[in-house]
Design a protein. Structure first.
Length: 455
């Protein structure tokens, strides 16, 4: 037991390691241990690097007394920064995305932080993105400092000095594999580097999500924007390459679907009694996908980054799970429409092309709607009703870029989504949905007429 702490910051670290029993029994021959980071004061692993980033900034004179800490965060880093800010006397302004759970935003505000919610489905360089907004605020707010968790190497340094040694000591040096969800890359790169220095045979495996660029970049060295599309998994995956992701430390990336991550998040609570967050579900689902790589005697450590209470409105909410199509249901699914040829392969046009080109594409193929891309990334859509209204209003708009009149991007669903759920998602505002078959890496579009044909 720790002695009395002078402040709450002294309670960071020293988190327990817990054996996983039921989920892996009869499936994984190795010993599987979870590093439960929810025992940190902010209920996540991000407390470790938040304090380290602040203390390093203080030493360098970048963060001055009474200053304001600014950061783009999915919630957990913000929590760590907010707690440290209270102890050290700083203010906080955080930007986050509209896909993050309400619980995360509310938690940040509970600690007195100002939170600005930004759109998810925009490029990092877009002035509306939470990266860009936080950078703008750093320039506008006097006496401010941006933590920049993605590129601030104090992030991975914290895990090299704390998390890695803890894993080594708690397993008495017997650890053979580390499985970690990768977002900023600080945890896997810092802890992984320490463990490989102690034993070069330790395998460091990163868990990625579909819609993120990490896996393909690791395997090919190509940053492919076609890999980028919206996903609901929180805390892992990115649409850019953070400096904290040390690809030389990571031996392999395994991608996990949103559905598998969400279902596993619930299983961890119900089968192991551990209330952990979405990235823990991704990590455990990825571990099971990799089960054939393990043998008896191996000791696998899986990082459980944060607490399940931050996902009560999402993965632990039955209505949300049904809305996303993550519960198994009988009856026809999107896969059946694809197999029957009812659903067609996705057709799109670059947003810089003129509206006239979109008119030709839709006319030639008899499309009632198409997707709009930017540098290969899906950013919007266009349906014939909206196109007609814009052309009637101003025929000269034919020469303007199609992105000037585009509508929001169609939502993505997994190919296993039931047709009756698809029917509720297709509305006058959203006339189509995009179906992703992760196994074949193909995307299809399903429209109202497609659903009508099978109902």
């Amino acid at each position: 037991m720790k002695p009395i702490c002078d402040t709450i910051l002294d309670a960071i670290g020293g988190t327990p390691m817990v054996r996983i029993n039921n989920i892996t029994r009869g499936v994984v021959p190795a010993t599987v241990l979870a590093k439960i980071e929810t025992f940190n004061p902010g209920n996540s692993i991000k407390d470790r690097m938040a304090v380290r980033m602040i203390e390093d900034a203080e030493k360098k004179g970048l963060l001055k007394p009474g200053g304001t800490i600014i950061e783009g965060t999915s919630g957990n880093t913000g929590m760590g920064l907010a707690i440290a800010a209270i102890v050290k006397g700083y203010k906080c302004i955080f930007t986050t995305t509209d896909k993050q759970s309400k619980e995360k935003v509310d938690a940040l505000r509970a600690f007195g932080a100002e939170v600005i919610v930004c759109p998810t489905n925009v490029d990092p360089e877009d002035p509306r993105s939470y990266y860009s907004v936080s950078s703008r605020l750093e320039k506008e707010v006097p006496n401010s400092w941006k933590a920049n968790q993605y590129d601030n190497l104090s992030n991975s340094a914290a895990h090299y000095e704390q998390t890695g040694p803890e894993i080594w000591e708690q397993t008495a040096g017997r650890v053979t594999h580390v499985v970690v969800g990768v977002g900023t890359g600080g945890t896997i790169s810092g802890a992984g580097r320490y463990l490989k220095e102690r034993n070069p045979r330790v395998k460091v495996w990163g868990i990625d999500t579909y819609g993120s660029v990490f896996k393909k970049y690791k395997e090919t060295g190509v940053f492919d924007k076609n890999e980028i599309y919206p996903y609901v998994t929180e805390g892992i995956g990115e649409d850019f390459l953070p400096q904290n992701v040390d690809f030389s430390v990571i031996d392999h990336f395994e991608k996990v679907t949103d559905k598998d991550a969400a279902l596993m998040t619930r299983r961890i609570a119900r089968e192991e009694g551990i209330f952990a967050g979405n990235s823990a579900g991704s990590a455990m689902a990825g571990l099971l996908q990799l089960k054939d790589n393990f043998r008896k005697g191996d000791v696998i450590v899986v990082i459980f980054h944060d607490h399940g209470s931050r996902y009560l409105g999402k993965m632990f909410n039955d209505d949300w799970m049904r809305e996303k199509g993550f519960f198994e249901k009988s009856g026809m699914t999107a896969r059946d429409l694809v197999a029957a040829g009812i659903s067609g392969a996705l057709r799109s046009i670059d947003g810089a092309q003129p509206v006239a080109a979109a008119v030709r594409l839709m006319g030639e193929h008899d499309f009632s709607q198409i997707s709009i891309t930017h540098d290969g990334r899906l950013v919007g859509s266009l349906n014939e009703t909206h196109l007609y209204e814009e052309l009637v209003k101003d025929p000269a708009i034919k020469t303007e870029p199609v992105e000037s009149i585009m509508q929001p991007a169609f939502p993505f669903v997994d190919v296993s989504t039931p047709v009756d759920l698809l029917s509720t998602m297709i509305t006058p505002v959203t006339p189509a949905v995009l179906v992703r078959d992760f196994k074949t890496d193909q995307t299809f579009i399903i429209t109202r007429s497609d659903v009508i044909r099978v109902l």
